[in-house]
Ligand binder design. Structure first.
Ligand code: CDP
Length: 231
């Protein structure tokens, strides 16, 4: 897997794309990164762009309801991905943006249509040879509507809460399972109800319910689907 700066000026509109969308804590990021590794493709975690934008906005003291200021910020954001780390103005912010609080703020600003529009080109610039695996909410519907393979990856909300809890504890964050469950329900509702790029499975996307699947099984399924489509 190679990490790219979205500013690298070699986007390739014909490079194949695997778009993996789904709700919070479904494991889509882990699966997408491993699929990218298996295929030797690039990987884009689009949620990290929303999280980093939210983080930068808070740091700059921007009112999260001030869409024009957020759009201007998005346009000048110095954001780089390298070897699994996220750099904002040259500073590693991976840990700072991964927490639940950062996720909630990201989900709030992600409901703003002009901000989503401002982040489109930045995401599309990741489409580079030999191919891209990307995960988010609207990768297959808005950002890469011509993706060769679209997957809607999900799991029950209880299973997702357990996974997120385990992940946070392992990273040394404070976590409460009931609070995570409530936050996931709120976030699902907000992501699905927003007017622009709502989270939803389209007819084109293949459903992958990972409630009773291991990560390896999920990765194998996506790679098999992709192989079935390209041969
Ligand atoms: O890890 P988790 O799925 O909770 O979050 P994430 O994928 O890092 O995304 C954080 C928030 O950004 C989500 O709750 C979405 O509201 C938003 N997002 C979005 O609107 N569109 C995307 N393509 C990716 C994330």
């Amino acid at each position: 897997m190679t990490s790219l700066s979205p500013l690298t000026p070699h986007p390739s509109p014909s490079a194949p794309v695997i778009a993996i969308d789904g709700p919070s804590a479904s494991g889509k990021g882990t699966v997408a990164a491993l699929v990218a590794e298996a295929l030797g493709f690039h990987y884009l975690d689009s949620g990290a762009i929303y999280r980093a934008t939210a983080y930068a906005a808070e740091r700059a003291g921007i009112d999260l309801a001030d869409e024009a200021a957020l759009v201007a910020l998005a346009g000048r954001l110095d954001l780089r991905f390298d070897a699994g780390e996220v750099y904002l103005d040259g500073q590693a912010v991976g840990d700072a943006i991964r927490g639940e609080a950062a996720g909630s703020v990201a989900s709030r600003i992600a409901a703003l249509p002009d901000l989503r529009q401002a982040l489109l080109a930045r995401q599309r610039a990741f489409r580079q040879a030999p191919g891209l695996v990307t995960d988010g909410r609207d990768m297959g519907t808005v950002v890469f509507p011509d993706a060769g393979l679209k997957v809607f990856l999900t799991a029950s909300v209880e299973e997702r809460a357990q996974r997120r809890y385990k992940q946070l504890i392992e990273k040394g964050f404070d976590a409460s399972l009931p609070r995570i469950l409530q936050d996931l329900r709120d976030r699902d509702a907000r992501d699905a109800a927003r007017s622009v790029a709502p989270l939803r499975k389209t007819d084109q996307a293949l459903l992958l319910d990972t409630t009773r699947m291991t990560i390896e099984e999920a990765v194998r399924q996506v790679v098999d689907w992709y192989a079935g489509r390209v041969v």
